[in-house]
Each structure stands twice: as C-alpha cells, then as structure tokens.
Design a protein. Sequence first.
Length: 347
Amino acid sequence: MTTATMRAVRFSRASRRLGVEEVPVPQPGPAEVLVRIEACGICLSDVHMLDGTITCPLEEVTPGHEPAGTIARVGADVPYWQPGQRVVIAPGRACGSCRHCGDALACLAPQTMGQNWDGAWAEYVVTPFQTLVEVPDGVPIEQAAICADAVATPFSGLVERGGLRPGETVGVWGIGGLGVHAVQIARLAGASLIIAVDTLDAARRRALEAGADHALDPGTADIAAEVRRLTDGEGLDLTAEFSGVNNALDEAVSCLGRYGRAVMVGMSPEPIRLAENTILFGYYNHSVLGHDGYTRRHLTHLMRLLASGRLDLSRSVSDVLPLEETPRAVERLRTKEGNPVRIVIKP
C-alpha cells in the first residue's frame, strides 16, 4: 500500500526555487506503472534547466530523469510487469500528437521526464510500462539508475550514432559524467586507441583510470598535432564531444582522419562554428553528427553488461544523498565540487 502523499523536489520556473514539498502520490493509468524510487541521478542537463540555460516548458515540475526503483502498482492493462520487480526507467516518450508518433524515434517533439512531466526526485513516479527495463539481481540500484542517461547516452552516441567499430581510434572531449563512461564504452567496443581531452587534471586522471590510452590537456598541448603524432599522421576515426563548448567540437573535428565522424553530445546555446574549410571537409569526407538520447534496447544491453561484470560503474557514483539535500547536490555538480561523476538522490 502507498500513502496518499509523498515528498518530492519541486522546481518553480518563475522564482527558480528548488525545494522539497509534500504532494499527492501520482496514480497510474491503465497502461502505466507506479514506481517507488530508490535512486535517481543528477545530470548536468538538470543543472542547466534549473539555471535557465535549458528552458523548462512547465511552470512547476519535479526534475529527475535517471530513475530506478521497485514497482509499487501496475495499471489494469499492463502486461508482464508486477509489483516488487526492480526496474530502471528510460525517461523519454513521444509527444503523442505529431504525425510521426506511431514511431517514437521519429517523433517531432520528443519529451523528457523531469522536464515535460514530473520526474523522479521524489518518492514515487508514474511512467508508461513500455519505458521499463528490469534490473538484474546483484546490480546495485544506484548504478542502474545512472545508466538512464549518464551511460546510455554515450553508449548510443558512440556505438550507434557514431558507428564505432572494433579496431577504430577514438577521441573523447570532456571527461565528466558522460565522457568518462564514453571512455569505458569505447574500450568495451574494441577501440584500438582512446585519447581523452580535458582541461582538468582530475578529469584526465579519471580518464586514464577508466581505460584511456592517453589524456591530453588542451591548455598546454597542440591537441591536433599530438593526435597526429599518436596516430602516425592518420587522425582519429571517431571523436565525441561532451562539454557543449564549440572550441572543443572544432578541435575534435580538426583531429579527424579520412572518413572520420565527430559526434556532438554536449549541449549549450553556443552556435556551432568550425575552422575547417569546406574543401578539406569534403575531401576527407568528414561528418559532424548531433546526438541526444537512446532507445530502451540500449538500456537493456547495459543491464546485461552490468550483470555480467563487463561494465564496471563502481567508481561512477560519487555520493548518495537524501532527498532534502538535492539543492546542495545540484550546487556541488554545478561548481564541480569534489569532481563528481554522478551524485545520486535516494528518497
């Protein structure tokens, strides 16, 4: 049995206030599931929504889009799923009103939990049953939770959007909460050389611990020249940029070899401007690809990798804090205090 009310972190767009409130427990519809949240990560995109860099479409909302927990109740039309099952939630859904909404990946206005509807910085959340992925026994619930963006987004970005193939060379720009997992994924996918780039010494050390072969500081090195040296003059097959900084993307493109692909995962309002001229861009058949999100299938694969021990996220959860400390945790991520990978909220 669930209570009538619950604690939830509420954000007001007008006042920018973020705080815990007592609100009604949401009720699942016929095709929905009520999940008791046991862990939810804090993402840099949450920070950007709270500071106004990313526009929140609602006047008030409960943020949080990296959730995992236990099913508390299922709707009348929900197949398979039962109360008591441990699940991680894929936080995206189709808008339900555009002409392509029969195909979720083709939706013209895809929506995200914690922005377009109430998210999981709360004791309970309601979600369509199609968004659920079972968490295998033995997988820590905090690690399952952060897969719902911090790991699944770079996984999809490198393996699917970037088309990473075994033996290819890879560069990762920005070794934060997503970039450090991109290093691990590149290694899992069989990259022959992984070069990490970050201005922070702690982030570069983290990249080497995660499996990078080299970690370069753009403040002290000519990155393009060093990449050419490390690749015998050929450049990289795939680069991935996670900071959202145009200079970093420009640098990543400058390090590409023939038929090289640059995937941009980091987000900011900054315009994209590349120094490479169109002759070289065309001659070398370069590609620059935007990327956001993943599919439920990617989350299923990550749960298998965690259960098998092939993916180790034991160093990715920097801290686990109660719901009441969410505003302080957001500030820690914003200022990079303690150089966190992921701070997880446990209601």
